[in-house]
Design a protein around this ligand. Structure first.
Ligand SMILES: Cc1ncc(C[n+]2csc(CCOP(=O)(O)OP(=O)(O)O)c2C)c(N)n1
Ligand code: SF4
Length: 340
């Protein structure tokens, strides 16, 4: 009998027959394409992958990925994703969320997913606005932004999603940009390899309600001077002339120029993504223009026991040591009554 050889999956195997209903030019398209290119490289079958989302433009994502998917309720994707992961630990679970979905209505669920360290990947599409509901300000919008829901400009102070995540105990945090597919793909693959909650903040352009909000970082004319791409074990160097570096000056990060004032590469901090102490990771996540570059890539990646593994360890322990071998045995143990 002829043997059926399984062909390796390619990006188009993860494309569905659904019409993609995002505005032309939306950053979500590039993220979708990057995910479809990353998935064949994680080595899982389509039926072993699940995409779970809340509500928002970004949360339409599960319709467009040929895998299991669940478009759930606003802000509550972490709860569903936790259940999915616990019921089938073999699944690769991806939560898709926006800054409104994750940090406003879903803020509580966001911090507890990170605290618990459930083994899943969270892709946080940060466009600093509510896209689906037509442009109200969100918890990441910059102070003073004028929107339909803030005609005089907001007086809110904004959240930094990474800083909040580390405060909640996150062990994996990365930041990428929608217009940089290669680096997005690499980081998605790294996130999938990491056991625990992997949070990736994606700077995503909403062409309709917040166009070019990240232009100060992403614009071709400035990007070499405003983006620091971190790699574990490599010095923190960037710039059009590749001569800008970071060093510690007391308790602060200082931008220095290699070749000036006797500064050499040896003076520059080397990135340690695996350091358990998150002090430096927090400082990197906090950096903003114009005084600093914005940090990208995997900023923190530390391994510790996952929530799901903890639950499974308990189950194994119970199975090995309990005097009950089934739920029926448990229910019929002790004193029971029959109600007529
Ligand atoms: C319980 C509930 N409250 C409010 C809404 C309205 N609503 C739908 S999407 C959304 C915000 C989405 O913003 P974001 O998560 O940033 O996603 P984007 O559309 O920008 O991708 C809101 C407030 C809702 N659908 N359900
Ligand atoms: S409203 Fe913004 S985020 Fe939503 S699909 Fe359009 S461009 Fe994308």
């Amino acid at each position: 009998m002829e043997h059926l050889v399984e062909e390796p999956l390619v990006a188009k195997d993860f494309v569905t027959n659904q019409d993609v209903r995002w505005c032309p030019g939306c950053g979500d398209y590039a993220i979708l394409s990057a995910v479809q290119k990353a998935l064949p490289q994680i080595g899982k079958k389509k039926e072993d992958i699940a995409f779970i989302s809340g509500i928002g433009c970004s949360s339409r994502f599960p319709y467009y990925i040929e895998s299991y998917g669940f478009h759930t309720i606003h802000g509550r994707a972490p709860a569903i994703a936790t259940g999915v992961k616990l019921s089938n630990p073999n699944l690769s679970v991806w939560q898709i969320t926006g800054d409104g979905d994750a940090l406003a209505i879903g803020g509580n669920h966001y911090i507890h997913a990170l605290r618990r360290n459930i083994d899943m990947n969270i892709l946080l599409f940060n466009n600093e606005i509510y896209g689906l509901t037509k442009g109200q300000f969100s918890p990441t919008s910059q102070t003073g932004i004028v929107t339909k829901s803030s005609p005089q400009g907001t007086t809110d102070r904004s959240f930094n999603p990474g800083k909040l995540a580390l405060g909640a105990g996150a062990n994996f945090f990365a930041r990428v940009i929608d217009i940089d597919p290669k680096r997005m793909i690499d980081v998605f693959i790294e996130a999938e390899k990491h056991r625990g909650t992997s949070l990736i903040e994606i700077l995503q352009n909403c062409v309709i309600f917040n166009d070019k909000v990240f232009d100060n970082v992403t614009n071709k004319a400035v990007k070499l001077d405003t983006q620091l791409w971190l790699k574990h074990g490599e010095p923190m160097i960037w710039g059009a002339e590749n001569n800008k570096g970071l060093r510690l000056n007391g308790l602060q990060l200082e931008v220095v120029t290699i070749g000036e004032n006797g500064i050499t590469e040896a003076d520059i901090l080397v990135h340690d993504a695996h350091c358990e102490d998150d002090t430096l990771h927090n400082m990197l996540i906090n950096m903003a223009t114009p005084n600093y570059p914005v940090a990208f890539g995997v900023i923190r990646s530390v391994t510790s026991l996952t929530f799901d593994q903890g639950v499974y360890n308990q189950l194994e322990n119970e199975k090995a040591n309990s005097r009950f071998k089934s739920v029926n045995e448990l229910l019929n143990s002790g004193v029971t009554w029959e109600i007529n």
